[in-house]
Write a protein that binds this ligand. Structure first.
Ligand code: SIN
Length: 515
């Protein structure tokens, strides 16, 4: 089938939540993922937890963590609606299991920059619990089709086909997407009444990051090419603590919940250094902790700092942080007795495709939800445990908006949309890997935790050259997932660069050493 009422690109928390109400109302829904397993998402790797509270300090905590740049309307929506939406979606429908006390009451924890305990969790694998329970709930709906190993190439728009707005259709409408079926190598034309981008962030474009490989900015690039507004892309949040296993090893997240539960950061001189940087010490906003760690590493010429949770009972540690305990054990660190070597890594994209408070973009029939979207909630920096929350709240609101308007709509005439013409030149996959590596190195070194005019200029020169190259061979190439990723990566790298050049002032997680 190539026609769906709703096409959702991405199978993490925001995409799955968007699908729920649509599926319940008998719309045909396709959920697309380039992974071969729909559970292979950033959501699945989220450890800490999710805010479950409507307390009056929530808006001010979100705003404070963002250096007072948060969109207060979005924050108020979270405060007013998130508890009800989470109750409905997670507790009642998906039956997500969270940790409870002996009387069956939900347990709450705290993370950085929260005035009090308001985060519910499942050990240190909250994201996995949410991911699996949502997917199981949706699998009971026959009108939901999950397309795995399908890479979205481009959104289909009326404009793309030279159909003038007045002539044929309304302003810049999105009509579906072209998808590469990775197994057959064929391109499918999927027509949809509504399209939801839920493709996640761009963390994987950094050499060191806490994300899955899929977080490469496909949604941002497709949206921009189709004419959507993308904003705030300079605000890349670095998580202060990921496991340091050597320069070339991938970074495994060491949840902020460890610091929330009393973990202390030490440098190699055995100093608990955070008090030098912020009155809230380990629980200062993420950008402050991440830069403090980087400063200590530079000052002492060390590769990492250390996180110590050994002050807690060892059985409690194993039960509370089973994933982290077993990961570290495999790396020969017993966290009940030893400090954990940690470094910052790229973690979350605060900006993205600009949306209103129902996930609507400036393009007709195109929604964006979760990390790919910029509702403005996070402004220049994100409060911990708001990412799963934002995905659920705005995914849910997007589905309500879709339901309100979809009945007035017909499918666009498929015959008026051309088939994709695939090139036939085989690309050298080694070259693609090399180009991706160049992008990751450049993002890390010049568009990372600390930026400067000189670094931005260097990045500009590197990306311009790469851009020309990639455009040249993309034109006639036979498509592969990797090539689609590279084309998007170059465009997204430019978005981060251009936003960084435009912003002359350090704020939140954007830090210019010479502003
Ligand atoms: C963490 O567990 O530290 C990540 C939580 C988040 O990014 O909100």
């Amino acid at each position: 089938m190539n026609k769906f009422d709703c096409l959702i690109i991405g199978s993490g928390v925001s995409g799955l939540t968007s699908a729920i109400k649509l599926a319940e109302n008998n719309l045909s829904v396709a959920i697309v993922t380039r992974a071969d397993d729909p559970n292979n998402t950033n959501t699945n790797w989220a450890q800490g937890g999710i805010i479950y509270s409507d307390d009056k300090e929530l808006v001010s905590d979100i705003d404070k963590a963002s250096s007072h740049t948060s969109n207060i309307t979005a924050a108020k929506i979270i405060e007013a609606n998130s508890k009800d939406i989470l109750t409905e979606v997670l507790l009642e429908k998906a039956k997500t299991d969270f940790d409870k006390d002996n009387d069956g009451n939900l347990l709450f924890t705290k993370e950085a920059a929260h005035t009090h305990k308001r985060i519910i969790y499942k050990g240190d694998y909250t994201g996995k619990q949410i991911q699996v329970s949502l997917l199981n709930y949706l699998k009971n709906h026959k009108n939901v089709t999950i397309l795995t190993s399908h890479t979205a190439i481009d959104l289909i728009t009326a404009e793309h086909h030279g159909i003038s707005l007045k002539q044929r259709y309304e302003d810049n409408a999105v009509l579906g997407a072209y998808l590469l079926d990775q197994k057959s190598g064929k391109v499918r034309k999927i027509i949809s009444k509504k399209t939801v981008l839920a493709t996640g962030g761009i963390g994987a474009l950094y050499l060191h990051n806490s994300n899955t490989d899929g977080a490469r900015g496909d949604g941002h690039a497709m949206a921009k090419r189709a004419g959507a507004f993308v904003s705030n892309m300079e605000f890349i949040q670095f998580h202060p603590t990921t496991f340091y296993a050597g320069s070339f090893q991938r970074r495994f997240l060491i949840s902020e919940a460890l610091r929330g539960e009393g973990g202390i950061l030490y440098n190699s001189k055995n100093e608990a250094f955070m008090q030098k940087y912020h009155k809230d010490k380990e629980l200062a906003p993420r950008d402050v902790v991440a830069r403090a760690i980087a400063s200590e590493m530079i000052a002492l010429k060390n590769d990492c700092v250390y996180l110590d949770i050994t002050n807690k009972d060892s059985e409690w540690i194993k039960e509370r942080f089973p994933t982290i305990y077993s990961y570290c054990q495999k790396k020969n660190i017993d966290i009940t007795k030893q400090r954990i070597p940690v470094v910052p890594a790229a973690h979350y994209t605060c900006g993205g495709v600009k949306t209103d408070s129902f996930g609507k973009t400036n393009l007709k029939n195109l929604y964006a939800v979760g990390e790919v979207a910029n509702t403005g909630l996070h402004g220049a920096n994100r409060l911990a445990s708001t990412s799963l929350l934002e995905g659920i709240v705005f995914g849910h609101r997007a589905s309500e908006s879709i339901l309100d308007t979809i009945s007035e709509q017909d499918f666009y005439d498929e015959s008026k949309i051309r088939e994709w013409i695939n090139g036939d030149t085989e690309v050298d996959l080694g070259l693609i890997t090399q180009d991706i590596q160049t992008i990751k190195q450049t993002m890390w070194n010049y568009l990372g935790l600390t930026r400067s005019k000189a670094r931005l200029n260097r990045a500009k020169a590197m990306f311009s050259e790469l851009s020309d190259e990639v455009q040249k061979f993309y034109k006639n190439a036979a498509l592969h997932d990797e090539l689609i990723g590279l084309r998007n990566a170059v465009e997204v790298a430019h978005m981060v660069l251009n936003s960084s050049i435009r912003n002359k002032k350090s704020i939140g997680c954007f830090y210019l050493s010479d502003s």
